[in-house]
Design a protein around this ligand. Structure first.
Ligand code: CP
Ligand code: NVA
Length: 311
């Protein structure tokens, strides 16, 4: 895999071999860190971390990942810089690109991360937009591989808000990597048809299936049940309406049992609203791997930085 100098905006831009290569690199960096072995591939590299929205995992993953490899991360909160207020996205991109070797962006519009990438002249990494959260998928796929020893052919089911950044990203990621994806959501929260068609095209090539349904019986036979908050960042005003709409899609013990498989794992990108999309009982159960996922954010984000700007 050689993705030096490239931005990481969505998984659409990467081949299955490149995505698999990033997961392999992350697994290798993780194993080395556990043995106390650190690389130096980001020495003298400075990375800018722009956050329009709040973050625990993504911010910390970029920070720790960069420092582990000898790099310097600089956090730029939305109130710290001129972006969006006094200075345009294109000008900010050109300024930061003159000083930094890579730029992470988390925020609202996906077009902002695209514009940063267009003008920065250095790799730009998407740390979550309203539409996509691609680094989360790498962490989740590493976690699934650790649990099942493979990705291809895994039956993966996403429940809840079927048109948010996580569902969109799983459509692309599962399609590319040959994971069978089922999204269970009310029709009003189904993903956009053109994205589903794109994902079905990827899946046909990889030999997997993409299913969108309202039917909770579709949890039968699933290896992974995954959920996310019912109202994403920026949609807080929709919380009450979503809670009413999505209540039947909560992952609880009955839903876990309904898979018919004892080995089924529970996953969540976090942060979670316990009592809404998942019960406390499932969250704390043996089947829950949510903190492995959280840890793997760091190893996979480190891999993205090493692969795109590392020496
Ligand atoms: N999963 C995730 O992106 O977490 P943060 O919002 O804390 O970064
Ligand atoms: N869909 C969630 C993901 C958080 C990591 C959000 O955008 O808030």
């Amino acid at each position: 895999m050689n993705i030096k100098g490239r931005s990481f905006l969505t998984l659409k831009d990467f081949t299955p071999e490149e995505i698999g290569g990033l997961i392999d690199l992350a697994a290798d960096l993780k194993a080395k860190k556990k043995q106390g072995i650190f690389g130096n591939s980001l020495a003298h590299k400075n990375v800018a971390l722009i956050f329009e929205k709040t973050s625990t995992r993504t911010r910390c993953a970029f920070t720790v990942g960069a420092v582990d490899e000898g790099g310097h991360p600089e956090y730029l909160g939305i109130h710290d810089i001129q972006l969006g207020g006094k200075e345009s996205v294109a000008d900010t991109a050109r300024v930061l690109g003159r000083m930094f070797d890579g730029i992470e962006f988390r925020g609202f519009k996906h077009s902002t991360v695209e514009e940063l990438a267009q003008y920065a002249g250095v790799p730009v990494w998407n740390g979550l937009t309203d539409d996509y959260h691609p680094t989360q998928i790498l962490a989740d796929f590493l976690t699934i591989r650790e649990q099942f020893g493979r990705l291809k052919g895994i039956n993966f089911c996403f429940l809840g808000d079927g048109r948010n950044n996580m569902a969109n990203s799983f459509l692309v990621g599962c399609g590319k990597m040959g994971v069978n994806l089922t999204i269970i959501a009310p029709k009003s929260l189904w993903p956009q048809e053109d994205l589903v068609e794109l994902a079905k095209g990827y899946a046909a090539e990889a030999g997997s299936t993409i299913t969108i349904t309202e039917d909770m019986n579709a949890v039968e036979g699933q290896d992974v049940l995954y959920t996310d908050v019912w109202a994403s960042m920026g949609e807080e005003d929709k919380t009450a309406e979503r809670v009413a709409l999505l209540r039947p899609y909560q992952i609880n013990s009955e839903v876990m049992a309904k898979t018919g498989k004892k080995e089924t794992i529970f996953m969540h990108c976090l942060p979670a609203v316990k009592g809404n999309e998942v019960t406390e009982e499932v969250f704390e159960s043996e089947q829950s791997v949510v903190f492995d996922e959280a840890e793997n954010r760091m190893h996979t984000i480190k891999a993205v930085m090493v692969a795109t700007i590392g020496d």
